[in-house]
Design a protein. Structure first.
Ligand code: AMP
Length: 283
């Protein structure tokens, strides 16, 4: 079924007031479009757990740290709407840039600490842009639950902290990373990989897995676990490691001695495409 498409904040609020009056539980999946099966996993989960599913499609200009990236972020709205329909979404919110930012924003949401590590070190302002737009979207949609992918583990942690600190009445639901059969995490950026680059891209996940295996086997020196992963990546000169870190699962700060739950996260460039991925190692 084709979902209803609304592009104004007022329109969404009006429709959702009616939906809420019927006693419906509302699930929400914020996206930037270019939908793939990773987004699909979030929408399907929301569909299973809610009476009414809202997907937003908005390419958020204030989270791009490089203007060219924003310009190059193309989406096919018609195709995305079809995917939303096939996955059972009820409403797709497609605001314009002017609708979301009628004036230069004066208020930003900064989640101190968590945003300083991993991708935050290399993408200044990125998480501030993400937290700000997600706060706005949560205010507009006011869902019971909102779904976020573990693929973007730092984003997920930042949103979870924002919801706690700002007392937002929403449950944040983490969804495991959807992968290709060879392990590559699904991402809208994968389409930029050339044939050769696509061949080697899954090595990122393999490298994280070897580090994960070492930690699970009892290795407590983060440097050793890192080295195992880096060795594998070093065999592929087309891959440039931006970072590969073993971090505390809660604070995302790098650890030296592994004593509790950790996440092993990396960003690598494959040619001109930046890929991120992560795995967790429970306590
Ligand atoms: P984006 O459209 O890239 O902003 O992503 C929208 C949501 O989809 C975020 O919560 C992402 O973490 C999630 N997502 C993207 N790729 C995947 C994936 N491969 N598996 C699970 N969730 C994903």
């Amino acid at each position: 079924m084709t979902p209803e498409q609304i592009d104004t904040i007022e329109g969404v609020r009006r429709r959702l007031a009616q939906v809420r009056q019927r006693g419906c539980v509302i699930g929400f999946v914020p996206t930037m479009g270019a939908l793939h099966a990773g987004h699909g996993a979030l929408i399907e989960r929301a569909r299973r757990e809610s009476h009414y599913v809202v997907v937003s499609i908005f390419v958020n200009p204030i989270q791009f740290d490089r203007h060219n990236d924003y310009e190059a972020y193309t989406i096919d709205l018609r195709q995305d709407l079809e995917s939303c329909g096939a996955l059972g979404a009820d409403l797709v919110f497609t605001p314009t840039r002017e609708e979301m930012y009628p004036a230069e924003p004066a208020i930003f949401v900064e989640v101190a600490g968590l945003a300083d590590h991993l991708c935050g070190r290399f993408r200044p302002g990125h998480f501030r842009g993400v937290a700000t737009v997600v706060a706005k979207l949560l205010h507009i949609v006011a869902p019971d639950r909102a779904y976020f992918g573990e693929k973007d583990a730092q984003q997920l942690a930042i949103i979870q902290r924002m919801v706690v600190d700002l007392n937002l009445a929403v449950e944040i639901v983490p969804v495991p990373t959807a992968r290709e059969s060879d392990g590559l995490a699904l991402s809208s950026r994968n389409k930029h990989l050339s044939g050769d680059e696509r061949q080697i891209a899954p090595i990122l996940f393999q490298a994280l897995l070897v580090a994960q295996k070492r930690v699970a086997a009892g290795c407590t020196a983060a440097a050793d676990a890192k080295e195992t992963a880096l060795q594998l990546l070093k065999g592929h000169p087309q891959m440039r490691v931006e970072y590969l870190e073993v971090v505390d699962a809660a604070s995302l700060a790098p650890v030296e001695r592994i004593g509790g739950a950790v996440r092993i996260a990396a960003a690598v460039w494959v040619g001109g495409t930046r890929l991120i991925d992560n795995v967790s190692v429970p306590e």
